[in-house]
Ligand binder design. Structure first.
Ligand SMILES: [Fe+2]
Ligand SMILES: [Fe+2]
Length: 236
């Protein structure tokens, strides 16, 4: 059995020390690794990243994370990644990592993702250059994710996103902002890549459970949704 601890949207600021850290002591008795589904900080400021990095040092199991839109705001993404990497966090940005758990190989493909919308209500590569660039970016990222998932030669394929791949976990959010909460190209990547499960965050007012059109489980682990420091999910 593979035990996954997952959370997202922890939105650290410089005063958040210990907020998650206090829950990480003894986490190795409950989970084999911890996933963080982006929006790790309020603005991506190095001071916020350092506070989080200090907290995550306490974690006795591997931590795998993607960044969220908030982590991009301060525009120091490379520095942010370095700060977290130095404390042992594995940041995935259209990349993957394989870890061994109980003689099983678990591949984790991670990507922030982007908006765009969902079937019947999505943007298209038409009209203004800004609109074309928006949707082109979303599609390119999703296609890249599909390739990364397909390249995994592992017993399990876990997908970690910030933006949502489906509408199903957005219930409770305003319909008007769905195109800014995710896109269905990501769900296609999850389905065509034959993932085992997919985690995302970003939709603070959504719901936890959903599935892709292909029937793959999707879990929105944004902290305001799960209302815990993290949730535990098992694969077996
Ligand atoms: Fe968030
Ligand atoms: Fe977000």
């Amino acid at each position: 059995m593979i035990r996954i601890a997952a959370t997202g949207d922890i939105h650290y600021d410089k005063n958040s020390l210990n907020r998650l850290g206090q829950h990480l002591i003894g986490i190795d008795e409950k989970a084999d690794f911890l996933l963080l589904a982006g929006d790790l900080t309020q603005t991506g400021h190095p001071e916020e990243m350092r506070t989080l990095a200090e907290d995550l040092k306490k974690c006795p199991i591997p931590i795998i994370a993607v960044l969220g839109n908030h982590d991009y705001h301060f525009n120091e993404v490379k520095l942010a990644i370095n700060i977290l990497s130095d404390s042992g966090v594995i940041i995935l940005e259209g990349t993957s990592i394989t870890i061994n758990v109980n003689q099983k190989k678990v591949g984790i493909a991670g990507l922030k993702g982007f908006g765009g919308g969902f079937v019947g209500a999505c943007g298209s590569e038409f009209g203004e250059e800004e609109m074309k660039a928006f949707i082109r970016h979303s599609k390119q990222e999703a296609r890249h994710l599909e390739k990364v998932i397909k390249e995994l030669n592992t017993d399990y394929k876990v997908v970690l996103l910030h933006y949502s791949p489906i509408e199903g976990t957005l219930t409770g959010e305003k319909k008007e902002i769905y195109p800014f909460l995710g896109n269905y190209f990501l769900a296609e990547a999850v389905d065509y890549g034959k993932a085992s499960i997919c985690f995302h965050g970003h939709a603070h007012s959504g719901i936890e459970r959903g599935e892709t059109p292909g029937g793959i489980a999707v879990r929105n682990v944004a902290q305001p949704v799960i209302r815990h420091a993290f949730n535990i999910y098992t694969l077996d």
